[in-house]
Design a protein around this ligand. Structure first.
Ligand SMILES: Cc1cc2nc3c(=O)[nH]c(=O)nc-3n(C[C@H](O)[C@H](O)[C@H](O)COP(=O)(O)OP(=O)(O)OC[C@H]3O[C@@H](n4cnc5c(N)ncnc54)[C@H](O)[C@@H]3O)c2cc1C
Length: 179
């Protein structure tokens, strides 16, 4: 999960780095064009993102990630972090609903179709809790990162949840049959 999501994030970060530098960022004068080229391979070698998802989805469907998330949720955090803790609890509820909807179809192809969305949802929650733990231990270093990341993850989870909950299973069945 770390490799899959981290290598996708590094592609986006390298893209943004060039964008911030404008035309200069595209030229070889600056390191970011090299970083951009190097970033592109990270989501391919040592297992493509899609293969990381194939490996990770079983931990969604068996509930391993949810157990891990619940373990993090049960830890003690400083009162100042309560708003972030509440957000992570709400994100977990949306994740559980989405997993339930997908798994209830009892169709492995349907699981595969939503796999990346579900793995990313779990990833945002797990990384959010890890940052919450960091902010709990070293607030001066990690509170800002935890705040930024949890709010980002919250929006991403809302997006995936909406897509999964509003997805019409018949559309999937029809397109699968058409093949
Ligand atoms: C610069 C570089 C260095 C490398 N170094 C090494 C090395 O040191 N050692 C080594 O062993 N290998 C190395 N490789 C190979 C690398 O591991 C493979 O390129 C990588 O595993 C992807 O395999 P592939 O290129 O055959 O793509 P394919 O397997 O053909 O994949 C093509 C696309 O299909 C998708 N796909 C494939 N199967 C599935 C599936 N089941 N479900 C969903 N999507 C799927 C992939 O995600 C990808 O988007 C290197 C490659 C490069 C470019």
């Amino acid at each position: 999960m770390s490799k899959g999501m981290g290598s996708e994030f590094c592609n986006q970060n390298a893209y943004d780095a060039i964008q911030i530098h404008g035309g200069s960022g595209f030229m070889k004068d600056y390191a970011c064009e090299r970083i951009y080229r190097d970033a592109r391979i990270t989501s391919i070698y040592e297992g493509t993102t899609q293969l990381q998802v194939v490996a990770a989805i079983r931990h969604v469907t068996t509930g391993t990630y949810l157990e891990q998330i619940n373990d993090y949720a049960a830890l003690e955090y400083a009162p100042a972090l309560k708003p972030l803790q509440d957000k992570l609890a709400a994100m977990t509820k949306l994740y559980s609903e989405a997993v339930e909807k997908v798994v209830s179809q009892k169709n492995p192809e349907y699981d595969d179709f939503h796999a990346r969305r579900l793995v990313e949802m779990a990833g945002h929650i797990i990384m959010g809790y890890l940052l919450l733990g960091d902010a709990n231990r070293t607030p001066e270093l990690f509170t800002k990162s935890a705040n930024v990341y949890v709010r980002y993850g919250e929006a991403e989870i809302a997006r995936h949840h909406k897509f999964i909950m509003e997805f019409n299973e018949q559309d999937f069945a029809d397109s699968y049959k058409a093949e």
